[in-house]
Design a binder for this molecule. Structure first.
Ligand code: ADP
Length: 352
């Protein structure tokens, strides 16, 4: 044993050192594995380079302890010295990297501070949402009355005093009436949009077949006049409000009818569902005019339309309401489509 003299040739000292160095070496080799796994999985953590240099430093330290054990039996002093030089270089590098980032590391908010800030922002957001909804409700509710007055009086002029007006004035009044009717519809949509959150969140599941049947009944006139052919697979029960689920189906089916291809004999609409990763995903597929991928996000924004009102009537609130309803049930809504070959609108409702 070349190293035996260093331990006074006492077996208990030799074994204590061998066992302690082996244990230190094994732990030093395991820590970098944990650090590397952490850095690989948490790419969002700042100062990743420091974690990596620490890993290398700890591994180098482990190797010095391994060589302590080897040297007891085989004198590899040159390699031992080389490993110590590497360890020294790595440890000096770690110190040089650590000191400059200390102020930045200290400036990082603690988890509690970050959590408190987030909670404060989320409360402010909730409050401003409630205020905005109340404003939309009051504004749209109060606007109804003067509007009713305008259309009532124009109607009166039109019917009682029609003989006193020339053709140009009558056309003018007709346009005012059309405008007020359109405004009435928009106000009604904004009003119903502002009331979506007033409906209590569901505690029980509802049969989606019934919600779909409600929607089809409400759309009877549009379905009849367009000769739309609507089919559906057996749908499951979902944890949602029946009238709101029906509203989503109604908006999507009504769009599938409105945005049909004029060259096809009739709109073909199919409603189905699948279960995926804790969600029921409902889909409404049509054979309509389709949507360009550049518009996939825009169509779900309030008052955003991609088709001119002169071609198809609407005011850009149908999909925004559907999105609001789906999101308040914890789901998401999206579209898959190609221009000219139809669209499939999909929305998820969490099963739990
Ligand atoms: P509206 O139909 O009243 O304009 P929506 O919010 O329901 O408002 O729809 C927004 C826009 O998305 C529509 O203007 C239309 O351009 C497009 N769109 C919606 N559904 C379809 C569909 N099934 N096929 C093609 N385009 C659609």
């Amino acid at each position: 044993m070349p190293h035996g003299c260093c331990y006074n040739w006492q077996p208990e000292i030799v074994w204590t050192n061998i066992l302690a160095d082996s244990a230190i070496c094994l732990s030093y080799y395991s820590i970098p594995l944990v650090l590397f796994a952490f850095v690989r999985k948490r790419k969002d953590i700042p100062f990743n380079a420091i974690f990596i240099i620490f890993g290398i430093f700890i591994m180098a330290c482990g190797t010095t302890h391994l060589l302590e054990v080897v040297n007891v039996y085989t004198p590899l002093y040159h390699i031992s010295a080389l490993v110590k030089i590497i360890t020294a270089v790595v440890s000096v590098t770690a110190v040089c990297m650590l000191v400059p980032i200390l102020p930045q590391a200290l400036a990082l908010p603690s988890l509690k501070v970050a959590h408190d800030r987030l909670e404060k922002t989320s409360k402010e957001l909730q409050r401003s949402n409630v205020e905005l909804e109340r404003f939309a409700f009051v504004a749209s509710h109060d606007l109804q009355e003067p509007l009713r007055m305008i259309s009532l009086n124009i109607d009166l002029l039109n019917t009682k005093f029609a003989s006193q007006f020339d053709q140009a004035s009558l056309r003018c009044m007709e346009r005012v009436l059309q405008g007020t009717e359109r405004m009435r519809q928009m106000i009604a949509s904004v009003l119903s949009l502002s009331q979506i959150d007033q409906v209590p969140l569901p505690t029980v599941t509802v049969d989606a077949n019934l919600a779909l049947a409600d929607a089809i009944t409400n759309l009877a006139v549009a379905i009849g006049s367009s000769h739309a052919h609507i089919t559906h697979d057996p749908l499951p029960s979902a944890r949602c409000d029946r009238s709101q689920l029906s509203q989503v189906f109604q908006n999507l089916i009504s769009n599938a009818i409105k945005y049909r291809r004029p060259d096809l004999p009739r709109p073909e609409i199919h409603v189905s569902s699948i279960n995926r990763e804790g969600n029921i995903i409902f889909s409404v597929k049509d054979n309509g005019i389709g949507i360009e991928s550049a518009d996939f996000q825009r169509i779900f924004v309030f008052f955003q339309r991609i088709h001119d009102r002169t071609h198809v009537d609407g005011h850009g609130l149908g999909l925004a309401s559907a999105k609001k309803i789906v999101e308040r049930h914890g789901g998401t809504i999206w579209v898959e489509s190609q221009l000219g070959t139809g669209s499939t609108f999909l929305f998820s409702i969490p099963t739990a």
